[in-house]
Design a protein around this ligand. Structure first.
Ligand code: GLY
Length: 286
């Protein structure tokens, strides 16, 4: 069964659809958005090697033509150089203003490709197909897109909402334990930032969820996305309440800068450590 969480943003509203095995139906969900049967997919090499076939089969089944650009995995891909590669590739693929670009990967791909879509021909639509836990519960929803600068993380970007988010819970089964647990840092964040009952639920169900229970994973992702959708629909451009979603992120960004945006510290790990440091700081401040 497909779960749907609406993100209410007036004319820019969209749905987040969640289910195990959703990738095999992605084409059917994307087809109604298209003015012509053509999409461009930007992925990372690792995700493409694991899941691109399933996505392209679902597009083929709908008669949608597709081309793919695969980028290197990792935070350093959120750069001017790769933004230029993506934009130039989309232009060479003759992606027009009415076309749709697909961001197929984790948070790095979603942020980079969303930003490319926001500036290509003054803005084209894009679909997020997040493949990491972190991207499914946080970065694919809400329209924050961008790249990193030498001055700090995510300092160059735009608010550009996707037209659809498709979260296939089954692909989480191919994450390394480290990547899954890093994403879990963002899930725990939702419990800490204002939902004690969810935090208790995570305390009870976290081990089974981490061990691979798809029903529990779906429940956790859906709850997180619903919390985020509510916050984003009330404060899209972070004038107030949305800043709650940055819990632990100030420490996190400092730690990521200190480790050179490298695999030494994954973003979700930084969030988990950052939440603990924020807690410690709050306690010290009384
Ligand atoms: N990841 C924080 C936000 O979307 O506002």
């Amino acid at each position: 069964m497909i779960e749907t969480v609406p993100v209410a943003l007036g004319t820019r509203s969209y749905d987040v659809k969640l289910a195990a095995g959703l990738l095999s139906e992605a084409g059917a969900h994307i087809a109604p958005l298209l003015k012509r049967p053509k999409v461009a997919i930007v992925s990372d090499a690792h995700v493409a090697s694991l899941h691109l076939d399933a996505l392209t089969k679902s597009l083929d089944a709908q008669g949608i033509s597709h081309s793919n650009l695969s980028l290197p995995q990792g935070e350093s891909t959120k750069s001017w150089a790769h933004l230029q590669d993506v934009v130039h590739w989309l232009l060479s693929e003759q992606i027009e203003r009415a076309d749709v670009v697909i961001a197929f990967g984790g948070g790095v791909i979603g942020d980079l490709v969303g930003f490319a879509a926001s500036i290509l021909r003054r803005g084209v639509r894009f679909v997020q197909i997040p493949t990491s836990l972190l991207a499914q519960v946080d970065s694919s929803v809400g329209g924050k897109t961008g790249i990193n600068a030498p001055h700090g993380k995510n300092l160059i970007g735009a608010f550009h909402q996707p037209s659809l988010v498709l979260a296939d819970i089954s692909v989480l089964g191919t994450l390394t334990e480290r990547d899954f647990l890093a994403g879990y840092g963002e899930v725990a964040k939702y419990g800490l930032l204002g939902d004690a009952a969810f935090f208790d639920w995570l305390e009870a169900n976290g081990p089974a969820l981490a061990a691979g229970d798809e029903a529990l994973r779906l429940a956790a992702v859906k709850h997180s996305v619903a919390m985020k959708a509510g916050i984003v629909s009330r404060d899209e451009t972070e004038q107030g309440e949305r800043a709650l979603l940055n819990l632990g992120h100030t420490f996190c960004h400092a730690l990521e800068a200190a480790t050179g945006y490298s695999d030494r510290l994954l973003h979700g790990e930084g969030v988990a450590i950052g939440c603990a440091l924020a807690f410690e700081t709050s306690a010290r401040l009384g």
